[in-house]
Structure formats: structure tokens, C-alpha cells
Ligand binder design. Sequence first.
Ligand code: NAD
Length: 476
Amino acid sequence: MTAVATEQTIRAVVQEVLAQIGKTNGVATNNGHDKGDWGVFDSVDDAVAAANAAYEQLKRTSLEDRDKAVQIVKDMCFDRAEEWGRKELEETEIGRLDHKIEKLQIIRLVPGREFMKCDAVSGDHGLTVTEYAPFGVLGAITPVTHSLPTLACNFVNMVAAGNTLVVNPHPSGARIACEGVRAFNKAIYEAIGINNLVTIIGKPTIESADEIFKHRGVKVLVVTGGPAVARAALSSNKRAIVAGPGNPPVVVDVCANLEKAAKSIIAGAAYDNNLLCIGEKEVFAVESIFDELLDHVGRNGGYRLNASQIDALTKAAFSPPKEPGGHWMLNRDLVGKDPAVLAKQIGLNVPADTQILFGETDESNPFVPEEQMMPFVPFVRSRSIDHAIEQALEHEHGFKHTSIIHTRNVNNMTKMGRIMETTLFIKNGPCGAGLGLGGEGYLSFSIATPTGEGVTNPLTFTRQRRCTLVDDLRII
Ligand code: NAD
């Protein structure tokens, strides 16, 4: 009797322990043993606890299974890009369907565990290996401009490096982010028996973001967003990797290939209706080629506004600063809208295939200094290349995010590169080339600017650990 009772007790205890870590009878079933709905949680505490439990499981899992989880997210984003892209557009009401779909399809290009490495030093005193280890649970804040793509990209990088993540999405893009999280967790759970590699706050608020910023169970913050959230993360007492705002200027030199420059500016600025943080936001073109450049823009999908139309659009898009020298207030209702919608604001009908609106402004027009995220591009006349670079520097505001030049003059490229000191500096192509889309390099949706990590990748989310063997294992 005693022996049977003991066996039953032990069995019950073992089952409970296995259930806690996500497995019973060799089949994973930890859903129901946490308070979430496949990773979607009401409370930050529960979301962090579940992501921590998943981290403990991931530590014990083979690298092969870790790769499977990452591949599942890439494949699902590709296979369901049309459905999820449409849903993201319906929910956020900003951007373009074709690009919402493409941004999910290209998650395939985000680097995974192939980026991981270890370093070794071998010498008289033996062998020392440096390994790149995970932190644990990372707290991610994602923007409305690319809600599910940023979450999926962060997942690929962070989980490839062995971390798990808890996400506070932008409230206006939370529904699609939660749908993605549920789908990823279910599929991963079926494949490798781990739930909650990514957890998310179902009804996110500034307060829930703040709780994540302060939570002891969150090791590092990874914030992708505008100035307010960048400041909030930087003033928290945790390490923060901040992918902050930009206002990318484009300089066009006298010796540029003007047709190519025009096509590049349109391709970048029209992308998702200019929601990209790297997107071409204002152009400084040298006087002698200014008119010809604008003609090329008009011939390649741009619709040119005259001075009074620009004035009317400016009044619709901004209200004046509250105090002298302050920021113009952006009309959020026009952010990421189609060119036809912007044109309607000023009583204009433009052809359906219009990619951007554009026109000549001076530097004081708020479309130049403000990160407007609309498909209207202001073109400013510059006296010389030096003047254009000076204007670009001023209106990039020291974000050190992205700048672009079109020129065949290597000296001018070098000069601008040195002066701007931006994280991405693109020459003779659209902004996307700086993220491996038509240029060399790899893709990420989080470009860490003020904190200096650059285009994030799995190694960004690691801590170095050194392992030293004294006097042995140097085999040469
Ligand atoms: P946003 O700053 O309004 O919101 C970003 C996220 O921060 C959201 O989840 C939001 O809920 C949260 N948030 C906002 N203020 C906060 C605060 N005080 N405390 C805590 N959380 C807060 O930005 P958005 O409109 O969603 O995205 C566009 C901005 O993000 C642009 O400025 C763009 O340049 C930037 N961005 C940068 C990158 C990059 O890689 N550097 C990528 C995408 C977007």
C-alpha cells in the first residue's frame, strides 16, 4: 500500500513538474498551465513569467529545434503574408497593401543562427573560447508602422540567439501582433513542444510598457519607435537597445544620374506610403540640376504640386508649433495615407497609379524638418553640394539614422558620409538598399541608432562569455 501511494505521489509530482516545463508523457501541453492564450496575456507579470519559463526550456533544447522555431516564424510570415498584410492594413489604416504583404514575405531574409559565432584564442597558456550567450527574456516595444513585421524580425534575431521575448505592441497594431503570436506559438509548440517563446500584452498601454521597463524578469529592452519611447527607454535603469526616429535627407549632386536618382527617391518614399524610418523624407538638390531632377520625378510616378497646393496640403498636414521654435504638430490622420487621399484634402484628383506627391518648398516648410511619414516629398533648391550637405545635416537633427546621396563624385560621397555620421549612408540607390534590399548587407526592421548597435542581428542580443582552459588544448 505504502509503496503504491508513494509511486502515485511521485508520478503526480513528476507530471506536475513536467507540465510546468511544458511536457507530459513526452507530448508538450503547457497551454492551460499558464494564464495566457498561446502567448497573449493580460498582465505583464504573467507574460514575463511565461517567457522566462520558455527561456528555461529553450536552454535545454537542441539547436536544431531552436532553428525549427525560427524557420516556422519565417515560413508562416511568407505563407500568410497576404492575409496578415491585409489585416495589418485594416487595423492600422496606414500604409499600402502591396508593401504590407512584402514586409512579411521578406522576414525570410532576416538572419538567424547562421549569424552566431564563437571566438577562440590559442597560445602558450592553452585555449580560451568566447561564446555569445543569450540574456534571457528581452522586452520589445514595437511600432504601428510595421507591427507584425517588427515583432517577427525581433523574434528571428532574438530566439536564434537563445532568448525569449515579451512584447508591448503599439495599441493600434496590437490585434495583428497578437494573431501572429498565437499562430507562431501554436505551430512551434506542435513542432518542438515549447509554448511562449514570444509573449505579448493583449491590451497594451504606456503603463504596461513602463511595467516591462521596470520588471526584474526582463533583462534588456529593445525599443523600436519614435522620440517619446526612445527617451523613456533610455531613462529606464535597464540596458536599452533603441531603434529610434529618423528624418532621412537626400542630397542630389550636379553629376548624379538624375533619372536613376528620381526613380530611387520615388521607390523609397512611396514604400508603404513613406512609413519607413529609413524612407526618403526631404530632398536637397543643387540648383543647376534642380528642374531637370523634378521633371524626372514627374515622369516616373510623382505628381507635382504647385506652390498654392503645397501651402494647402501643409495646412492640412500640420498645425503651427505651440511655442516659437517648437515642433509643428502632425495631423496623425494623414500619416501613411495614399497620395490620392492627401490630394483629396486639397480638392485634387490624381491618377490612381500616383506613387508620391512632390514639389518645391523652402527649408521652413514643416515637411522638411518634421518626420512626416506621408507620401509628399519636399524638394529644396541648394546653392551648391556643400550647401545641400549642410541643409541635410541640419534637418537630420543629429538622429544619426539614415542619409542618402546621388552623385558620381567620390569626394562628395566621402564628404557627406563624414559630416552626417549616420548609421545608414546610401549612395545612388533607394533607402531599402541600405537594408540589403537591392544593396549588399542583411535585413532588419530595428536599426539601433542612438545606442549604436546598428542594423540589429542575432549577435546584438547576446552577452559575451569567456571560457578558459589553462595550459591545455593548444594542439599545434
Ligand atoms: P511611436 O513612438 O508612437 O510608438 C512606438 C511604440 O512605443 C509603440 O508601441 C507605442 O505604444 C510605444 N510608446 C510610445 N510612447 C511611449 C512612452 N512614453 N512610453 C512607453 N511606450 C511608448 O512610433 P510609431 O508611430 O509606432 O512608429 C514610428 C516611429 O518609429 C518613427 O519615429 C520611426 O522613425 C520610428 N521607427 C524606427 C525604426 C528603427 O529601426 N530605427 C523602425 C521603425 C520605426
